[in-house]
Design a protein. Structure first.
Length: 284
């Protein structure tokens, strides 16, 4: 099971990151979103990422030129997926939206295509419900920023085949990532652990145990985390974190996953983190 052509559905932060990294790694890529404006935004973000790579010596201009030649786009989803070997959806974390997409994949994609989801917490088995052959459905959870992050969490559904896991791993490794394979379980490994730490950090912040800077410094210097839990929440997006923790609370029912009041307040105020200029920190 070889992958040569990848379709990425969703040109937002994660989608454009996955598409850009895949094109830079030698894959033929087609990026899809609902309209040309969103696709143009995705291409702008890809160009910014590639420019940073050029400045830092991670890529040459020739690398970028070749990658750009491998990257196409369309707002027509059926055209985007009709010749894909691998489809990766990177749309918002709403089950009904993802299931609707997988119904489109079932109808228009090749029956041999691997169907991947970048979900960070939703059930792969539930996402796969519209698909006749769920053995080809896999979670491919990338991390932001995709170009710099080293991990891809491969999520094995109850019927995901070994061949699909192996092919997905090969794609991720060609993109410069290391993989972990986890069983389909709420929050998988990374979100379940990350939300646990992030929620406790937020509760400490709202209780004035310490400043955001000092809470983060405790984990960076004391536990060698590359980034503190509150800065990471800002990077991921407070709205995204809220959606994940609400889902996990629904699944587990424990206070560990109950959304902290400060998280709800900031989301209601539109303070969603780095993408809006303010979250637990203020950005220039």
């Amino acid at each position: 099971m070889k992958v040569g052509r990848i379709a990425v559905i969703g040109a937002g932060t994660m989608g454009n990151g996955i598409a850009g990294q895949a094109a830079m790694s030698g894959y033929e890529v087609i990026l899809n979103d609902v309209d040309d404006e969103r696709i143009a935004y995705g291409f702008e973000m890809i160009d910014r990422t590639w420019s940073k790579g050029l400045q830092r010596g991670k890529a040459t201009q020739d690398d970028i030129d070749k990658a750009r030649g491998r990257l196409l786009s369309t707002a027509d989803i059926s055209a985007a997926i009709q010749q894909a070997d691998l489809i990766i959806e990177a749309v918002p974390e709403r089950m009904e939206l993802k299931q609707k997409l997988f119904q489109v994949f079932e109808t228009h994609a090749p029956k041999t295509a691997i169907l991947g989801s970048n979900t960070s917490s939703l059930s792969i088995d539930d996402i796969a419900q519209p698909v006749t052959d769920p053995s080809r459905v896999v979670g491919m959870h990338f991390f932001n920023p995709v170009a710099a992050s080293k991990l891809v969490e491969l999520v094995r559904g109850s019927q995901t085949s070994d061949e699909v896991i192996d092919a997905s791993r090969e794609v991720a490794e060609r993109m410069g990532k290391q993989c972990i394979v986890v069983r389909n379980s709420p929050g998988f490994a990374t979100s379940r652990l990350g939300i646990t730490l992030g929620n406790e950090a937020m509760r400490m912040f709202q209780e004035s145990v310490a400043s955001a800077e000092d809470i983060d410094k405790a984990m960076v210097l004391g536990y060698k985390h590359p980034i503190g839990p509150l800065a990471l929440t800002d990077l991921v997006g407070l709205d995204v974190r809220l959606a994940i923790t609400e889902h996990l609370y629904e699944q587990f029912g424990t206070d560990t996953f109950k959304a902290p009041a400060v998280l709800r307040e900031k989301v209601a105020q539109g303070k969603l983190g780095k993408k809006t200029g303010e979250g637990f920190y203020v950005y220039g």
